[in-house]
Design a protein around this ligand. Structure first.
Ligand code: FAD
Length: 502
């Protein structure tokens, strides 16, 4: 038993953010801490957020979660990347795939060989040299057997899952590790007169919950970080003007593809997320350019198999809290900020918020320098993801007024520098702990029409014939490899089908 007084951690909210945080704290903290989660059944959760990126595997492994059990419980499917349909122009399509493009040959990244091949006129779109893209387009998934060719990289994958079932799955995990759940509506938040720290939450029925550290997972409202502490919010709509979404579910698709679809529309875009038992759909749009009614009608008319739920409107302001950690409150999830789900980054941001919390968790009083470091890391991470999303909108060749307006935005300096460097030299440098790798930036810039004017000297030095052969070899190798994989739908049916989806 620890000698120091027990620290009481209170998590406000039981959505994806709340239960991921609770599961992690329950798993990692010793008996020097108690963890209590408060959620309101009457308010409920946002109920969207069903596509992830491969980093979720780190969370899963750290918590000792079995992949197949988790997939069965959440009706999950595999995800090998995101198909962007119509983003460059109507009719165009590419996949931003997880994992490598081409082959790593050490000193010189693949993008240099590719860009020279493009300038010479024989290279194909990057997807032709990407194992995950080839497998995804063919509806196939590596079935866990050793990869056939030694030269083929492993296939990084993520998941699509049912958000409500995921929260329930994590709740079981958290409660089994001592997290206490309290159901009730928080009606009042009390603060310390001198420090401003939150001290007590009062529920509508009069119960009180005291704590030392509060994790605000209350969603868009930001009950503690915003309402109680008045934390400022930085608005990013000048770069990312979409401010609304409409979500609806439709029946399971016959072709259970292992990728998310992000389909560009004249205003905004639409997601399609295939699950074992149903399909998640939604439009993200800008209220300056289209009405809710028009989006509603288009969304319903375009659904395969019709709607099985009533369309749900959601409003949002893209941006972030200036301070995600203020006083003794740490915001994780939608309370800390919002970036539209174009690259499925919000659940990942919950995960990195939890990792930062564990890294900085104080054994005693919090020093301001700790908050500053936490907030600086949070700001950097959010801004770099923001830049990546702006890139998708900015590098378009569509004619509609919405897309023209997206092309006209004044880019943040950090993004401008990245695009200019790539366009001039083919170079991309990942900075610090930014989420997206060189390969991610490469895929989106290249597919959305930014072709470097020059390549690395090594790529410029090889003969045209050798370069052509090299590119053809990679494409053939990956096509052959993916051709041997199981169909994604069969793989799910055999190994991880949810009982009701079988
Ligand atoms: P919520 O789910 O809103 O949970 C808030 C919790 O706080 C609830 O339990 C509620 O009851 C509780 N609460 C609030 N007020 C009170 C009160 N007064 N008293 C007691 N309890 C209270 N992310 C991805 O990674 N991939 C995606 O594909 C994706 N798609 C998205 C699509 C859209 C349109 C939107 C808006 C978001 C999407 N996200 C996505 C983000 C994702 O949905 C969220 O990051 C995730 O669901 C976490 O939400 P949350 O837990 O912060 O908030």
């Amino acid at each position: 038993m620890s000698q120091r007084p027990q620290q009481r951690i209170v998590i406000v909210g039981g959505g994806t953010a709340g239960w991921m945080t609770a599961a992690a704290l329950g798993h990692f903290l010793d008996d020097g801490f108690t963890v209590e989660l408060v959620e309101s059944d009457a308010i409920g959760t946002i109920g969207v957020g069903e596509a992830t990126i491969p980093h979720i595997n780190v969370f899963k492994k750290a918590l000792g979660i079995d992949e197949k059990a988790f997939m069965r419980a959440t009706h999950a499917t595999y995800k090998l990347g995101i198909a962007f349909d119509g983003w460059l122009h109507p009719g165009h399509s590419y996949i931003h795939a997880f994992g490598d493009v081409g082959r790593d040959v050490g000193l010189c990244a693949f993008q240099h060989f590719w860009s020279r091949g493009m300038r010479l006129g024989f290279a194909k779109e990057t997807g032709a040299y990407t194992l995950n893209t080839i497998a995804a387009r063919a509806g196939r998934m590596h079935d866990g057997a050793p990869l056939t060719a030694q030269t083929v990289p492993a296939m990084p994958h993520a998941f699509h899952f049912d958000a409500g079932l995921y929260a329930a799955f994590l709740r079981d995990h958290a409660e089994a590790r001592g997290v206490k759940r309290t159901e009730g509506m928080i009606a009042d938040v009390r603060r310390h007169g001198l420090t401003g720290d939150v001290t007590v939450l009062r529920l509508a029925d009069g119960r009180e919950i005291a704590g030392d550290l509060f994790i605000d997972c209350s969603g868009q409202r930001g009950l503690l970080i915003g309402d109680a502490l008045g934390g400022a919010y930085e608005d990013w709509r000048r770069w990312l003007p979409c401010d609304r979404a409409m979500a609806v579910q439709s029946p399971r698709l016959a072709d259970l593809v292992p990728y998310t679809r992000a389909i560009a529309h004249p205003v905004g875009w639409q997601w399609r997320i295939p699950l074992q038992h149903r399909t998640g759909n939604g439009r993200v749009y800008c209220s300056d350019f289209v009405t809710d009614d028009a989006v509603h009608d288009e969304l319903i008319a375009g659904l395969e198999g019709g709607a099985i739920t009533a369309p749900r409107p959601i409003r949002f302001t893209t941006g972030r809290r200036r301070e995600a950690w203020k006083a003794n409150v740490i915001a994780i999830g939608l309370s800390s900020g919002f970036l539209e789900p174009l690259e499925s980054t919000s659940i990942h941001l919950i995960q990195t918020g939890i990792a930062r919390l564990l890294k900085f968790l104080p054994a005693g009083p919090v020093a301001q320098v700790t908050r500053d470091a936490f907030n600086a890391q949070f700001a950097f991470e959010m801004e770099r993801i923001r830049d990546f999303i702006i890139l998708h909108y900015w590098a378009n060749r569509r004619e509609e007024p919405f897309w023209q307006a997206c092309r006209a935005v004044d880019l943040p300096d950090s993004l401008r520098a990245k695009i200019d460097l790539f366009a001039a030299s083919g170079q991309i440098f990942r900075e610090g702990e930014e989420l997206f790798s060189e390969v991610g930036w490469f895929q989106v810039m290249a597919a959305q029409g930014i072709i470097p004017a020059a390549s690395h000297a090594m790529a410029e030095a090889i003969s045209e014939a050798d370069l052509r052969e090299y590119l053809e070899l990679i494409a053939a190798l990956y096509t052959r490899e993916a051709g041997q994989y199981a169909s994604h739908a069969d793989f799910i049916a055999r190994h991880c089908a949810a009982p009701m989806a079988q």
